[in-house]
Design a protein around this ligand. Structure first.
Ligand code: AKB
Length: 316
């Protein structure tokens, strides 16, 4: 039986991945961990450990106490926040990955570590960005993800560590909020629309970015982790794609549900980050190697977000 530790479990992806893994593997077999004293409400029904992953000893103790066989290491400083404290972003994103990869040499059977479209940069072909192409990230987050991908492949080649990874686009879900990314607008916009408020977008109206509904991201992650090792032919990180849209396009789709919804545009420093990223992604390697298929496009995404968020947003 797998015993799974999720690092960064209280974050946007961690919350939903933990819930799904608990459903599939049994609550007691999935230990959530994060910096908080107590887990977020949604995860309070299962095992939780307070963990700062920069503290290697605490990590080792948790691995041993729970006989952990798999780690999903999701803790990271994202693109926008990383620019405010680049050295800390580098330290957290890199040191923590190396700590987990080291444990992969002897203690762990499998590791999951997320990469991002942020590994690409202004010199990368923008449309249908290939799996292997020019990579020139210009954010500290992107640099750390590209370096991390190289470390993952290195530990796999050199020490046989079974580490698997996906390059996520912007992730959009209703159960937890994102924190510090450039694609966060695509979640914030729903909260404003449903509250009957105007949304002031920090990206320009035509900034096209790859995006994905959270259920698809969770499905891809678990499918990659569950597939036989011989299907995992990319040991850096797989391109992964579902849809691409601009702020203007998602606003138009939201207006089909809330005709009075208004959006304004005041691009800030995040615009430059968005401009350096691809508009669309070629994920044929993931589709061919382990059968990846997405289920939500823009129309379905907007429907499911509105339907579910309506239930949870408390109006003043
Ligand atoms: C961010 O915007 O930083 C993240 C990402 C695309 O990795 N959502």
């Amino acid at each position: 039986m797998d015993k799974i530790l999720i690092i960064g479990a209280c974050g946007q992806l961690g919350t939903e991945l933990t819930l799904k893994l608990r459903e599939l593997k049994g609550t007691e077999n999935v230990i959530a961990s994060d910096l908080l004293d107590e887990p977020v409400e949604l995860l309070s029904g299962g095992p939780y450990e307070k963990l700062n992953i920069l503290n290697k000893e605490s990590f080792q103790i948790i691995l041993e106490e729970h006989n952990i066989t798999q780690v999903y290491h999701l803790a990271a400083v994202l693109s926008a926040k990383g620019e405010q404290n680049p050295h800390f972003a580098w330290q957290l994103n890199m040191d923590s990955l190396l700590t987990v990869l080291e444990a992969g040499k002897d203690k762990l059977q499998k590791i999951y570590w997320p990469s991002s479209i942020a590994v690409f940069g202004p010199d990368t072909p923008k449309e249908n960005t290939p799996q292997n192409t020019i990579m020139s990230p210009n954010t500290v987050y992107g640099i750390s993800k590209l370096a991390g991908e190289r470390w993952c492949e290195y530990y796999h080649e050199k020490y046989g560590v079974d580490v698997r990874s996906l390059r996520y686009p912007g992730l959009i879900g209703y159960k937890a909020l994102p924190g510090g990314g450039t694609t966060d607008y695509a979640v914030d916009i729903f909260h404003k629309a449903i509250a009957g408020e105007k949304y002031d977008c920090f990206l320009s109206e035509n900034s096209m970015l790859p995006m994905m509904y959270m259920d698809d991201a969770v499905k891809a992650t678990i499918e990659l982790m569950e597939t036989a090792p011989e299907n995992v032919k990319v040991r850096s990180s797989y391109n992964l794609s579902a849809m691409s849209f601009s702020p203007k396009e998602i606003a138009e789709e939201i207006k089909k549900h809330y005709p009075n919804f208004e959006i304004t545009y005041h691009p800030d420093f995040r615009q430059k980050i968005a401009d350096s990223w691809p508009g669309s992604i070629d994920d044929s390697a993931a589709r061919n190697n382990w059968g990846w298929q997405h289920s939500h496009g823009l129309t379905e995404l907007v429907e499911v977000m509105i339907e579910n968020l309506k239930e949870t947003i408390v109006f003043d």
